[in-house]
Design a protein around this ligand. Structure first.
Ligand code: UDX
Ligand code: ADP
Length: 456
């Protein structure tokens, strides 16, 4: 039996530890966070993050072998294996500002571990998305102490996607575990692999070097995001040539060499990983003297920003080039469906641009309203938040669908149409709705990457 500790009770740490606790009942799992409110939520049935199926897993293990606590120092003392999943946002100051990862939370954690742990052998597992070579830096900090503890640093990047985290954790495509290439390193990797082997078939456990593991995480995200930016760039061409992006996506996706996933054109990707990881990959290439490679990956992010702007420019043009005093209702604010997370959501720059044109912005989202309020706190202008989607749309000039929530497909659009200002417009930023049906009701429908259906 081991004492397993996870530092950082966020979107990654919480669900991952709940799953390990579920499948490894013989181990004691402690999850700590400096944020007391977060810990209190994890100890209640009102969890701090919305993730389908998570509450059931937490309820099964909590109090049995899964515990949430805010005393980081105390919990570190007895830990044999320490997962680190603290946040690593993009650095906003100094060298590498806007590109490099901000490692201050992460370094503080390394120092906390060094100051408090008491066991002879400790495995530190890097779980946050960290820049390549951070594990090496962490090992240096941990080995700088005078204590008798021997530390092994293992990289075990997370591939869970929000909204499907429990599914992704239950049946992962692969689990990557990278370790130092020596006896201690190999043993540490084996111990971490043994945890996952409780429920993941052995052939899906990929044991690699630390650097390969760290870099694979960045590259996986960059490749996924690149597919989205590629298809989004073609959506613009479709609009000019009267081709239909859904048909094009389907046609190319049926080529088994390309495959059908991650080819849905939309307003642009968001989330805590893609932008941050690509910028970091690009920064890394620049650092190692590869400016062309840096620029290649940088363009994936630039196309994403351009796509969001393109969506906004479409709204402005269709609204006769003036939005001043008009009401635009956003259907959704989260960066994708089935999550309340709004980090890097395309809704944020969209709101900023709409407010810049003096539009009145209304925001509806089934799970992300509180986060949306925080994101827009500093913005000047007329913004209101609605729990009821019919109130949010009443009297508005246009609806802009930002997030693919299922419930937006099931709304009573006849009722919404009757209450809107005319001519009524829908801008479907995710090609999520039934465009023909909306057009029959009377809406002017502007999808993405295909011809609009308009009365005017
Ligand atoms: C991603 C990776 O998928 C995951 O493996 C990694 O661990 C963390 O980053 P996540 O950010 O939670 O996960 O969501 P994901 O499902 O990848 O979607 C990211 C963004 O891309 C969303 O805004 C989504 O709407 C958008 N997207 C996705 C598209 O615009 N089109 C697509 O075809 C797919
Ligand atoms: P992720 O999506 O990577 O899980 P989150 O922001 O959701 O990121 O979670 C990271 C968590 O780590 C936050 O709840 C934050 O309070 C916590 N955290 C940051 N620094 C420390 C620290 N030094 N000790 C403990 N917890 C920390």
């Amino acid at each position: 039996m081991s004492n397993i500790l996870c530092i950082g009770a966020g979107y990654v740490g919480g669900p991952t530890m709940a799953m390990i606790a579920k499948f490894c009942p013989e181990h004691k799992i402690m999850v700590v966070d400096i944020n007391q409110d977060r810990i209190d939520s994890w100890n209640s049935d009102n969890l701090p993050i919305y993730e389908p199926g998570l509450l059931e897993v937490v309820q099964e293990a909590r109090g049995r072998n899964l515990f949430f606590h805010s005393d980081v120092a105390e919990a570190t003392r007895d830990a044999d294996i320490i997962f680190v999943s603290v946040n690593t946002p993009t650095k906003m100051f100094g060298k590498g500002a806007g590109k490099a990862a901000d490692l201050q939370f992460w370094e503080k954690t390394a120092r906390d571990i060094l100051a408090n742990c008491r066991k002879r052998e400790v495995i530190v597992v890097e779980k946050s998305t960290l820049p390549v070579r951070t594990a090496e830096a962490m090992a240096k900090i941990l080995q700088s102490g005078k204590g008798s503890t021997h530390f092994s640093v293992v990289s075990n990047p997370e591939f869970l996607a929000e909204g499907t985290a429990i599914e992704d954790l239950t049946t992962p495509d692969r689990v990557l575990i990278g370790g130092e290439q020596n006896k201690h390193g190999r043993k540490a990797v084996e111990i971490v692999a043994e945890l996952y082997a409780h429920w993941v078939p052995r052939e899906r456990l990929l044991l690699t070097s630390v650097w390969s593991s760290e870099l694979s995480k960045l590259v996986a995200n960059a490749m996924l995001a690149q597919r989205i930016s590629s298809v989004n760039s073609i959506s613009a061409l479709c609009e000019r040539t009267e081709a239909d992006i859904t048909e094009v996506s389907k046609a190319i996706g049926m080529d088994t060499r390309i495959g059908s996933k991650f080819l849905e054109a939309g307003i642009g990707f968001g989330g805590s990983c893609f932008r941050k990881d690509i910028l970091h990959l690009s920064y890394l290439c620049e650092y190692y003297g590869l400016p062309e490679v840096a620029d290649y990956w940088g363009s994936v992010v630039r196309i994403n920003e351009w796509q969001i702007d393109r969506f906004f420019q479409n709204i402005l043009r269709e609204q006769f080039s003036t939005l001043a005093g008009k009401t635009i209702s956003l259907l959704g604010f989260a960066f994708k469906q089935d999550t309340g997370d709004t980090r890097d959501s395309p809704a944020i720059p969209l709101c900023e641009k709409l407010l810049g044109e003096h539009a009145n912005v209304r925001v509806h989202d089934p799970k992300a309203l509180e986060n949306a309020k925080l994101d827009l706190k500093e913005m000047q202008g007329d913004i209101t938040f609605f729990e009821d989607v019919y109130e949010a749309t009443e009297g508005s000039h246009a609806l802009a669908l930002v997030t693919q929530w299922n419930e937006y497909r099931e709304l009573d659009y006849e009722r919404i149409f009757k209450m809107m200002a005319k001519p009524a417009f829908i801008f479907d930023g995710r090609n999520h709705l039934d465009h023909e049906k909306l057009f029959e009701i009377g809406f002017n429908v502007c999808p993405l990457g295909k011809s609009p259906l308009k009365y005017i």
